[in-house]
Design a protein around this ligand. Structure first.
Ligand SMILES: [Zn+2]
Length: 312
């Protein structure tokens, strides 16, 4: 019997199962929100973000991602290739790097992913190439070069506008008081019918509000934990994923949507509570799981990647 690494983050170890009344738990099977990502050569213990109590455990604890490992029997059949394992690990290394802001982390992951796709398309499969690329990126981050490059990315307002318009079709099961829920849902649904000039104005207003929200600078671990969770739990860019650009676009879209939701709820004063953010992330996660982002087959991985970068 093969013994493999079995990982458990602190958010799983510290999670106390109690009766949870969140929308997802009302139709949940036994044992949920505990989830195992069982692969042939490693296993990752986790919780589903769709449960609000689990989302709090994942997002609000700065220590949530301290990882412990044991050797246990393999339960899964699917193999995580050394290439994918390294790519995922290096994405996580970039995500936890202290020299980078969240946006610069996402940018660095985009650069790594793009290079990885090039290597892969050229038939290269030596994981050491990914490690050395990530090392170079970290060096550039420490020298402030990545931040400068990120600041010089050309803006593609059209992508942000269409991502905003698409948010009009989000149907979120928000666990909020009825009046608050209705307010957010109305502001979302009007996005799909706004004339282009109004939509542009709204985007500018929301972008302004996003910068006023102090919660994310006061508690930077919330969004950082969301990023690490997406990388760890989804084994980003995905065990079976062949189009890395598409996976990256989905990741960037989640952050764009979340920040927009927060700006909608925060209003002009930019005030937002921990609980609201947890509710949004949890509801958005449940919706996105049911409605994965689909991209045009004609779009190359590079095109999707550029779209993703323009949403940061
Ligand atoms: Zn729950």
């Amino acid at each position: 019997m093969d013994m493999i690494d079995h990982y458990q983050p602190e958010y799983v170890a510290r999670f106390v199962q109690k009766v949870c009344t969140c929308p997802a738990c009302q139709q949940a099977p036994e044992g949920w929100p505990h989830v195992s990502v069982a692969l042939k050569n490693q296993q990752r213990e986790s919780l589903s973000m769709n449960c609000e109590a689990a989302a709090s455990a994942i997002l609000l604890d700065p220590e949530a991602f301290v990882l412990s490992a044991t050797r246990e029997k393999a339960q899964g059949e699917q193999l995580l290739t050394p290439w994918k394992e390294m790519l995922n690990q290096q994405c996580i290394n970039l995500a936890v790097h202290p020299a980078m802001s969240l946006e610069v982390c996402l940018y660095a992951i985009g650069v790594l992913i793009s290079k990885a796709q090039q290597y892969r398309d050229n038939g290269e499969s030596d994981p050491a190439m990914l490690a050395s690329m990530a090392e170079q990126l970290m060096l550039l981050a420490e020298q402030g070069v990545l931040e400068r490059q990120f600041g010089e990315l050309p803006a593609i307002p059209q992508n942000r506008l269409s991502a905003l318009k698409m948010m009009g079709s989000l149907r979120l099961n928000l666990n909020l008081p009825m009046a608050e829920k209705m307010g957010v849902m109305l502001k979302l649904s009007e996005l799909s019918i706004m004339p282009p000039a109004r939509l542009e104005e709204r985007l500018a207003g929301l972008d302004f509000t996003k910068r006023q929200i102090t919660l994310f600078s006061e508690q930077p671990h919330i969004l950082r934990n969301l990023l690490i969770y997406k990388l760890y739990h989804d084994v980003f860019p995905g065990v079976e994923c062949a189009n890395y650009g598409e996976a990256y676009l989905a990741l960037a879209t989640t952050f764009f949507r979340l920040r927009t939701l927060c700006a909608i709820a925060a209003g002009e004063r930019g005030e937002l509570s921990n609980e609201q953010v947890v509710t949004f992330i949890s509801a958005l996660s449940a919706w996105e799981q049911q409605h994965p982002l689909t991209t045009d087959d004609a779009h190359t991985a590079d095109y999707s990647l550029l779209c993703g970068l323009s949403l940061l």
